[in-house]
Write a protein that binds this ligand. Structure first.
Ligand code: UDX
Length: 451
């Protein structure tokens, strides 16, 4: 009989995973504790901007004309416990207030609510990013709570999806990692091979390991990516001091296939809901385990990254000639989201820079293709414009802070006619300097010589 799947938590990870499981042919029931989310998703709409997700959802959500009807949503734990052979836990693990550690309360609550109702054999699969050691603790908790006792097993299956590519990354993962243990480890592995049969057949590597290693794959992958970005940003600082060009440096480094060219784009650094909080939670956990020395370098990775934001503010201040403040200066900010193809402004370097300049007296006008509503909610006191051209009108300086394609395709001449001064700072090293300079702009970027 075909496996029945439930997904607990319908944020980025859960909503995408649920739709992807339906696409792979399974009957799926997804739960969230927020009624508005369930209502929205049940009508085939997604509470965030993620390319391709709404289409995939509408293809499968029950009750939508022409859909397969394989995907349903609920608020009821009992329904989920009764329905599923495999339960994916996809709730979030945010950073705790005032601490580096991550907040496990949603994961704990989800596992407890589910386990207490499991009266039949089931596999519970953790997908959330958690501190190493959580799976073992949760397995013990499930054993305590589940009425079906040893017939309920836990596996850990970290998720590596990137925002903006969530659908693609979920349907065609570059690897599938599972952590299993205990007497039912082989059975759990067999079940997950069944769940992922399609991507495995397409060639996705399937890595089977123990709990701690599976948990660590996720946090160490994110730490590596963060380190790579901070490495090139540190090189950008050195390039600025030495008169070098970090973009050329990255290009040359990238030809060494041991290094590779990806994640070597210098600029205002990384943000978002994952990398910053994951490296901090990883440091906190290593401290608890007595291995804090092993990860002290991540503190440096974090501070190089945070320095980038302040550096951009300084470059902007210099550019407008303000000695101590931005008073009376008009600053156009292109980009509010932490990366393109997303509407996510969580810990966004772009919005952080815009906010700092505003607090120092600058008149900031922000434009972003998809992030306006979220940015307005977070920073209601900033100015907002409906287009890049409107944001730039009358500006003393233009800051390019999120590398949307729309910004690469702007017409520098048209923008030049609207701006008060033709001065652009590229915080993402993503615009073509020659195009802007030809149209009479002074183009400056981080870690590159001024022409
Ligand atoms: C990340 C991981 O990539 C993903 O595997 C994990 O599951 C979740 O965290 P995501 O947060 O969607 O995904 O963003 P990612 O594409 O990794 O970018 C993170 C940040 O780094 C963005 O702010 C981006 O602008 C920045 N970045 C990326 C750089 O500054 N330079 C680069 O070269 C690449």
């Amino acid at each position: 009989m075909a496996l029945k799947i439930t997904v607990i938590g319908t944020g980025y990870l859960g909503a995408t995973h649920a739709a992807a499981m339906a696409e792979l042919g399974f009957e799926v029931l997804a739960l969230d504790v927020v009624p508005e989310k369930i209502e929205l998703l049940s009508s085939g709409r997604v509470p965030m901007y993620e390319p391709g997700l709404e289409e995939l959802l509408r293809k499968h959500v029950a009750g939508i004309e022409g859909s397969t009807g394989r995907l349903r949503f609920t608020l009821e734990w009992a329904e989920v416990a009764d329905f599923g052979d495999v339960h994916f836990v996809c709730v979030n693990t945010p950073q705790k207030h005032g601490e580096y550690a991550c907040d496990m309360s949603y994961v704990d609550a989800a596992v407890e609510s589910l386990a207490a109702r499991l009266t039949r054999p089931a596999l519970v699969v953790g997908k959330s990013t958690v501190p190493v050691g959580s799976a073992e603790r949760l397995a013990a908790r499930i054993a305590e709570l589940a009425p079906a006792g040893p017939e309920v097993t836990l596996a850990w299956n970290p998720e590596f999806l990137r925002e903006g590519y969530a659908v693609q990354d979920t349907l065609h993962p570059d690897r599938i990692v599972i952590g299993v243990n205990g007497p039912r480890a082989e059975e759990a592995e067999r079940t997950l091979r069944q769940v992922y049969a399609t991507p495995i057949a397409e060639g996705s590597p399937f890595v089977v390991t123990d709990f701690p290693t599976a948990e660590l794959v996720k946090t160490s992958a994110n730490s590596f990516l963060a380190t790579k970005i901070s490495f090139i940003n540190a090189m950008a600082e050195v390039c600025e001091a030495a008169g070098g060009d970090v973009a050329k440096l990255a290009e040359a480094l990238g030809h060494d296939d041991r290094i590779g060219r990806k994640f070597l784009r210098a600029g205002i650094g990384f943000g978002g809901g994952c990398l910053p909080k994951d490296i901090r939670a990883f440091m906190a956990r290593a401290g608890e385990l007595g291995a804090d020395q092993a990860l002290t370098f991540l503190r440096e990775v974090d501070s190089i990254n945070m320095r980038r934001r302040g550096h951009m503010v300084e470059l902007a201040r210099e550019a407008v000639g303000g000695d101590s403040s931005f008073l009376g200066k008009r600053v156009a900010v292109l980009g509010a989201t932490f990366k393109p193809d997303s509407d996510d402004v969580r810990d966004s370097p772009a919005l952080n820079v815009a906010g700092q300049i505003h607090l120092q007296g600058g008149q900031v006008t922000v434009y972003d293709p998809k992030g306006m509503a979220n940015a307005r909610r977070l920073f209601p006191t900033l100015g907002y414009a409906d287009s890049a051209l409107e944001a730039v009108r009358g500006a003393d300086v233009v800051l390019h802070l999120t590398e949307w394609r729309e910004f690469r395709e702007l017409d520098p001449a048209a923008l030049g006619a609207a701006a008060s001064r033709r001065l652009i700072l590229d915080g993402r090293n993503a615009l073509d300097p020659a195009r802007w300079r030809e149209a009479g702009w002074t183009y400056r970027a981080m870690g590159r010589p001024n022409a």
